[in-house]
Design a protein around this ligand. Structure first.
Ligand code: ATP
Length: 284
């Protein structure tokens, strides 16, 4: 379903690659935790999988489609097949809970009748049946994350990517969120979740891929996670390196030429691309 083949990602002017020769094969229906210390490359892996970034070398296949060769106009189509959830929820503050979830369907042109049915159904799935009329600021962090999850799955994508979805939540709420994602997985969705929260990894007992400085150092079925204590000098050096880069202007030459395409560009016939009958890889 998602295949990273010898993937290396170098950011401009960084001494070390963020990902270095990474090989991971995620089959349809799997639940995979991507773990590792801060800066190990987890978010980079996620961003590459939705083509927010491009690989420096190697290739990534999602549903059999080589992301390097995917035309720009197909990127919104890819992102409709891969629901995403982030640490900071990213809800639209001026829209209600229902409107936030409905918006994900409106931008892809789903008919009003379908939206009216799907939104309450999905809010019920995430345990927010009675909160459709509230605004994000009237919700707890855990509730906001449930809305974000509802928005990510309302279109029933085959894949859910969650990048530190519990990073802003207390331990009890984190567990509720990861159990909710577990239920979504049980209904057939392939889930990839980046985290450095060992308690949720240990609770779920799913496959664990561990990154260290951009390299896969462990790939284990039903794994657990014992975070390594990072030498504070190493961490300080890395943070300084990152800060120096952030201060610099990015040369336009170094920018990803495939900037994010607006979701509104998607047309109905783009759906065909996902299940390409001529593509032997598409159903892996
Ligand atoms: N846009 C960027 N430009 C330059 N370097 C970057 C960029 N994004 C990430 N990096 C560098 O790539 C490496 C991997 O970062 P990444 O954000 O993928 O790690 P992470 O494991 O997700 O960390 P965290 O858990 O703190 O989010 C780090 O050294 C980081 O400084």
């Amino acid at each position: 379903m998602i295949r990273f083949e010898n993937v290396t990602k170098r950011y401009p002017r960084q001494k070390h690659p963020a990902l270095d020769d990474v090989d991971i094969n995620i089959d349809r229906g799997e639940f995979v935790f991507v773990v590792g210390a801060s800066g190990s490359g987890k978010s980079t892996l996620m961003r590459l999988a939705i083509r927010e970034e491009q690989v420096s070398s190697g290739r990534i296949l999602v549903g059999g489609h080589d992301l390097r060769r995917m035309p720009h106009r197909k990127v919104p189509q890819l992102r409709r097949q891969v629901g995403t959830v982030f640490q900071d929820f990213r809800l639209l503050p001026n829209k209600t809970v229902s409107q936030n979830v409905a918006f994900a369907l409106q931008v892809i042109g789903r008919p009003r009748r379908a939206i009216r049915a799907l939104v309450p159904e999905t809010l019920e799935l995430v345990g927010l049946a009675d909160m459709g009329k509230r605004f994000p600021h009237e919700l707890s962090g855990g509730e906001q994350q449930r809305v974000a999850i509802a928005r990510a799955v309302v279109n029933n994508p085959p894949v859910l990517l969650a990048d530190e979805p519990t990073g802003n939540l207390d331990p009890a709420t984190s567990l509720e969120i990861v159990r909710l994602i577990g239920r979504i997985h049980a209904s057939g969705t392939t889930v990839v979740m980046a985290t450095h929260d060992n308690s949720i990894v240990d609770e779920m007992r799913q496959r664990v891929v561990e990154l260290e400085d951009g390299v896969v150092v462990r790939d284990e079925e039903a794994g657990s996670y014992v975070p390594k204590v990072v030498d504070s000098r190493d961490r300080d050096e890395r943070e300084t390196e990152r800060a120096e880069t952030d201060d610099e202007q990015v040369d336009p030459e170094d920018r990803d030429p495939m900037e994010e395409a607006p979701l509104g560009e998607v047309t109905a016939d783009d759906w065909d691309m996902w299940d390409d009958p001529d593509d032997p890889e598409a159903h892996r």
